[in-house]
Design a protein around this ligand. Structure first.
Ligand code: 6GU
Length: 222
């Protein structure tokens, strides 16, 4: 998969692309990610990318020209264009799985103050990562990229995401490591038993219990 990210703040992606799983996936060629500075596409002599909104009020608004030029430069017939905005569809694991089927994602990071409404016509899908406001779409684009890349073939241990929270609309079961007794808090006996079927049963029970307590809304989807 190839992912092109359009942003006014390319520096925000440095840590994200150079640590942990994403770094490894890039090194192994399992994904190609390019971050593009929207300003580089500006045709304005001063590389301006925003201006005052007509009608007044909302401050600086991202102009259509740099974004249109960037998308038209990068887009092919296999591209899916995602626009990061709090007004988009609320992101979830199901959308992450759907996006793994795409060959090429172009992710447009929205601007704190807003973007010209005509930019919307470029997008195949508008996505929000939740009901709160961020200063820009950069963090949201990293959330989308991270959650999709980890699902790509070979990025994490084969099929390990079938145990993810939300895969079966269930939260994860509890896990423990050494020591068996930490400050009087003991690892549940069943996990030390070596009895695989009993362990599986215990885990599913814990998942059900936890989901019922914390996220009853997920059980309704099951
Ligand atoms: Cl995609 N952008 C911004 N600015 N805020 C958000 C968001 C996106 N998703 C949730 N809040």
């Amino acid at each position: 998969m190839k992912i092109d990210i359009l942003t006014l703040f390319p520096g925000m992606f440095d840590g994200f692309l150079h640590e942990s799983i994403i770094k490894r996936a890039l090194e192994r060629g399992q994904v190609e990610i390019q971050v593009h500075d929207i300003r580089a596409y500006s045709k304005d002599p001063h590389k301006k990318v925003d201006d005052y909104g007509y009608g007044g009020g909302q401050g600086m608004v991202l102009m259509p020209q740099p974004i249109f030029d960037a998308v038209e430069d990068l887009r092919t017939e296999n591209s899916k264009v995602l626009l990061m905005t709090p007004q988009g569809k609320t992101y979830n694991q199901e959308i992450a799985y759907d996006l793994t089927q795409e060959k090429h994602l172009i992710i447009i990071c929205g601007h704190y103050e807003g973007f010209d409404e005509r930019i919307r016509t470029l997008a195949d899908m508008e996505i929000s990562i939740g009901d709160y406001v961020l200063t820009g779409g950069e963090l949201a684009s990293m959330v989308i990229t991270d959650s999709v890349v980890r699902l790509l073939d070979g990025v994490i241990a084969k099929d390990s995401h079938i145990y993810d929270s939300f895969h079966n609309h269930l939260l994860d079961y509890p896990v423990y490591t050494k020591p068996v007794d930490f400050r009087g808090m003991k690892v549940p006996e069943v996990l030390l038993s070596g009895h695989h079927q009993k362990i599986e049963e215990w885990r599913l029970e814990e998942q059900m219990k936890r989901t019922k307590e914390r996220r009853p809304d997920l059980l309704e989807k099951r």
